[in-house]
Each structure stands twice: as structure tokens, then as C-alpha cells.
Ligand binder design. Structure first.
Ligand SMILES: [Zn+2]
Ligand SMILES: [Zn+2]
Length: 262
């Protein structure tokens, strides 16, 4: 049971899902169907078949309608051992990883899974990136919010390079949250090696400067990506503002009905 459900009182979404296993990378065989390689990085690709299912509703204006929208999830695994290597990576290593992720993003964009893309990695866990692409939620277009936000970082700015600005969001979702955005409107898929090296250097400096548990590349329908750093373990759904509920509402109601009738 995996299903997006819309709360029509506040237009927020819940993903009604089964319990997730602790480490998605340790569950997979060593042989991967696809292997991505660069000079200093290698990623094995495994799709996660049952995580995102067709969503039942799509937002249309301020109401919702039945939808056939689909999502997709896969993991990119850096190493077979359940141990972390992110802290020892150089900026060059990180830059190569970012370029592999960019290439993979471009390959996936051909399938039109949705306009919300999150690629997350635990800072201290097994070295793998978890990619989620989904239609939900719809943000109903408009001007690019990332372009707006990068123009107004003011006294929340941490560091600026030639191409990127790191800042604390105006209205964070987490206690510890840092955002790194390309100063110019940029899709992940359009990042070149100069930009990725600049970004990798900035990520490395921030990881050394603060205590972060999750790093994520996020791109929404505006097509302007950001890198998020969180002080705790945050799931891809949570990053998209969607809560995950592990108990089916119908099953909870049934259990309570049965208890009342005894
Ligand atoms: Zn593992
Ligand atoms: Zn933009």
C-alpha cells in the first residue's frame, strides 16, 4: 500500500506507505543492472520498485481531481559496505559524483515521471543517493521561487562563490537547514564541470563547518535546483513537504470498529 492522499482542508499531502527498511543499499545484490563511472567516482543504479505508486489525486486550481500520475524511485550506490565515505571525499571526488548524478538526471528526464526531484544522501550512513521523482505536489507554476529567494538572502547569507550562494532559508522546515542555490537559473541537468567543481568545494566547506545528517539536491517544477543540508535525517517525502503515514486509515478504523463492537 503506497498512495498519495490529499487533505482537502489544508491541501497538504500524506503518503500512506508501508514501513521502510533501514538501509535500501544493503538490500540489493552486488551486481547492478546499470553502472555509472567517472574518473574518481562510480555509482551502481538499482530501481526501488514499490516505493512510489500511481497517485490518486492531482491538484487542479484549488480543488483536486483523479489522476494517473506516476512517480519513480531508484538508488545510486557508491560502495557495497555499510559505511560512510563522504567525509574523506575531496572536492574533485564530490564534483565527479555530482556530474554522474547530473547525467543520470538527464537520462531519467526522458521518462516524464514528474516535476519534483529529490536526490538525498545521508552524511554519516551507507554511501548511496536516493532519487525520488514525483508529480506530487503541484505548485501551480508562477515565477521561479529559487530565483526570488537567492535575490533576498540578506543577513541569512553564509557564503557566496562565483556561481552559488549558501544561505539559511527565510522560513526553514528544519531546526538546522542550509540551502545552496545557483545564483543564475540552472537545472541540475545543465550543470557543467566548472559549476560542479565550484559547488563541490562549497559543499565540502559547509560539511566541515557544521553538523549535518542529510544532503539533498532538490529541483521542483521551476527547474532551478538547490542543495539542501539538514541537521537531522530527513526523508525525500519530508523534503517535498509530504508526511509519511505507515498505518492505513481504513485499517485503523476497522481495528477500532472491531474493538467497539466487542
Ligand atoms: Zn547499508
Ligand atoms: Zn530560477
Amino acid at each position: 500500500m503506497n498512495e498519495f492522499r490529499l487533505d482537502n482542508s489544508d491541501l497538504s499531502f500524506a503518503l500512506v506507505a508501508g514501513k521502510e527498511k533501514n538501509c535500501k543499499a544493503c538490500d540489493h545484490p552486488k551486481e547492478a543492472p546499470i553502472v555509472l563511472e567517472a574518473a574518481r567516482a562510480k555509482l551502481k543504479v538499482y530501481d526501488i520498485k514499490d516505493s512510489i505508486q500511481p497517485s490518486k489525486y492531482a491538484l487542479e486550481g484549488d480543488t483536486f481531481k483523479h489522476s494517473n500520475a506516476d512517480g519513480y524511485e531508484e538508488i545510486l550506490v557508491e560502495n557495497d559496505d555499510h559505511r560512510d565515505r563522504l567525509s574523506v571525499y575531496s572536492a574533485e571526488d564530490l564534483s565527479d559524483l555530482l556530474m554522474l548524478i547530473k547525467d543520470r538526471t538527464n537520462s531519467l528526464s526522458a521518462y516524464e515521471f514528474g516535476k519534483n526531484l529529490v536526490i538525498s544522501r545521508r552524511v554519516g550512513g551507507h554511501g548511496y543517493f536516493d532519487i525520488t521523482i514525483t508529480e506530487i505536489p503541484h505548485l501551480n507554476g508562477g515565477t521561479c521561487r529559487v530565483c526570488q529567494n537567492t535575490k533576498n538572502t540578506a543577513n541569512r547569507e553564509i557564503k557566496k562563490t562565483e556561481n552559488f550562494v549558501a544561505f539559511v532559508p527565510y522560513s526553514p522546515h528544519q531546526e538546522i537547514e542550509v540551502e545552496i542555490a545557483p545564483i543564475k537559473h540552472l537545472k541540475i541537468g545543465d550543470m557543467d564541470s566548472v559549476l560542479s567543481f565550484d559547488l563541490a568545494g562549497l559543499i565540502k566547506r559547509l560539511l566541515n563547518a557544521g553538523k549535518f545528517e542529510t544532503i539533498a539536491l532538490v529541483e521542483r517544477e521551476y527547474g532551478h535546483f538547490t542543495v539542501k543540508l539538514y541537521g537531522r535525517d530527513v526523508s525525500n517525502m519530508e523534503i517535498l513537504g509530504i508526511r509519511t503515514i505507515n498505518t492505513e486509515p481504513e485499517l485503523l478504523a476497522k481495528a477500532l470498529r472491531e474493538r467497539l463492537s466487542v
